[in-house]
Design a protein around this ligand. Structure first.
Ligand code: ASP
Ligand code: MG
Length: 445
């Protein structure tokens, strides 16, 4: 058995849903369970509908049009989603009367996206001759805790799901993203939670493979917009995929934990190129080569804190981190010396008040327009010369580096440059590790 999860864009129009039907048909021999997201944009629409309802406005036209438009394009009847649209409207009217939107009610509103899309997708499958059944994940046994907005499955969910899955005679098409708590209230697993649903179901059933289908290829050796010769990566470990996730990787690794625990391979596939094997992620992937991917994240802020008071003192870091945590600022990279701490953050939200507070403990300097460039690969661990190769290549390309970070896990080397050095740095490193032509030194990003 395999799990095939299709994201919002893959089920975002009639054409796309029809291609998904072809892809599923080609995999019927592997006994798939299909998991789908809401049609693209619908979850955002539902959030704004709920917020407007609190202010007394109820108007579901946009959501209705989106769904009825797709159904019409598929040559299917509006009745497939009409009952749910009616229920959604009643719910929003209720919110507009009580003028209150609790996390529980918001999850109930958001659930309509996936509940409608599975019904539409199932009807399209049937029309294409694929016998299938629409299934709400909670009817499959996806019971969760009551953390509305970021619910997690209860331990007993596994057995119930694996038992229920076997009962379907037709191909089950299951809602991503949603579950129910023990009181019967609908919960959601967090934004982009359909990957999590796929992992939960795959792990519960001991699937052969969990496939995450979207509209892009698997993971690449570099941004193809920067390195023309970038290739897609056939296999990577879960640790490598987790490191890459920060740099806009295709999946949120936390959502794949259930699968990784049971050592179920996860395959990232492109709905538009179903024959391309995509990228396989496994708990333990064979270490091939040194570096798997050269990635970057731009538009960061570098903060430098300088204080002689930190010399040999304990508690100094704690005071710094306390400020960032109080303002809800996420820190990305850190480098320290005896008298200075440098760190990066990826937005200037709350940065001003935080800096003011930090100024009472250190001299503070902030600089924007920075980028982290990072090489990732388990092979780095077994090749002691990699840092020399990385910094040698950067030096040869005339690129100055501002912060350096390599953790003890030793599967990545990251450093900070100015935004306009991203292109030259990524090309220099890609050519070092994959032998693509060296870039011109003076070239800009
Ligand atoms: N529809 C949900 C979202 O947009 C879940 C998902 O797409 O995975 O966040
Ligand atoms: Mg997604």
């Amino acid at each position: 058995m395999i799990v095939m999860k299709f994201g919002g864009t893959s089920v975002g129009s009639a054409d796309r849903i029809q291609s998904v039907a072809q892809v599923v048909r080609a995999n019927l021999h592997r006994n798939p369970v299909v998991v789908v997201s809401a049609h693209s944009k619908v979850t955002d629409m539902l959030i704004s509908l709920a917020k407007r309802a609190v202010r007394g406005q109820v108007d579901i036209d946009e959501v209705r049009d989106r769904h009825l438009g797709i159904l019409a394009d598929l040559g299917l009847k509006p009745s497939i989603v009409e009952k749910l649209l009616g229920e959604l409207e009643v719910l929003l009217k209720g919110i507009s009367l009580v003028k209150e939107l609790t996390p529980r009610t918001l999850d109930y509103v958001l659930s309509f996206g996936e509940r409608m899309s599975v019904r539409t997708v199932t009807a399209a499958f049937e029309k294409a001759g694929l016998a299938s059944t629409a299934v709400d994940a909670f009817d499959l046994g996806l019971i969760t805790d009551s953390s509305f907005g970021s619910a997690a499955p209860l331990p007993e969910a596994d057995n119930i799901i694996s038992w229920n899955v076997k009962r379907f005679e037709k191909l089950p098409v299951v809602t991503g993203y949603i579950g129910k708590n023990k009181d019967g209230d609908i919960t959601t697993l967090g934004r982009n939670g359909s990957d999590y649903t796929a992992a939960i179901i795959g792990a519960a059933c001991g699937a052969e493979e969990i496939q995450i289908w979207s509209d892009v290829d698997g993971v690449c050796s570099a941004d193809p917009g920067i390195v023309k010769e970038a290739h897609s990566i056939d296999e990577m470990s879960f640790d490598e995929a987790s490191e890459l996730a920060y740099y806009g990787g295709r999946i949120h690794p936390a959502t794949l934990v259930p699968a990784v625990k049971k050592e179920i391979p996860i395959r990232l596939k492109n709905t538009w190129q179903p024959d391309n094997p995509g990228t396989l992620i496994r708990a333990k992937a064979p270490v091939r080569g040194i570096v798997k991917s050269v990635v970057y994240k731009e538009d960061l802020f570098m903060i430098e804190l300088l204080s002689t008071r930190m010399l040999q003192h304990h508690g100094f870091m704690a005071r710094i981190f306390e400020v960032f945590s109080r303002y809800g600022i996420v820190i990305d990279m850190i480098a320290t010396s005896e008298v200075s701490v440098s760190l990066t953050v990826d937005s200037d939200r709350n940065l001003e008040p935080a800096i003011r507070d930090l100024e009472s403990i250190a001299d503070v300097k902030v600089e924007g327009g920075k980028a982290i460039v990072c090489v990732v690969g388990e092979g780095i661990r077994n090749h002691p010369g990699v840092p020399a190769q990385v910094f040698g290549a950067l030096h040869a390309a005339g690129i100055g580096v501002q912060m350096i970070s390599q953790s003890a896990m030793n599967i990545n080397i990251a450093f900070l440059v100015n935004n306009d050095q991203i292109g030259p740095a990524v090309r220099a490193l890609h050519s070092t590790f994959f032998g693509t032509p060296a870039p011109a030194v003076a070239e800009k990003a």
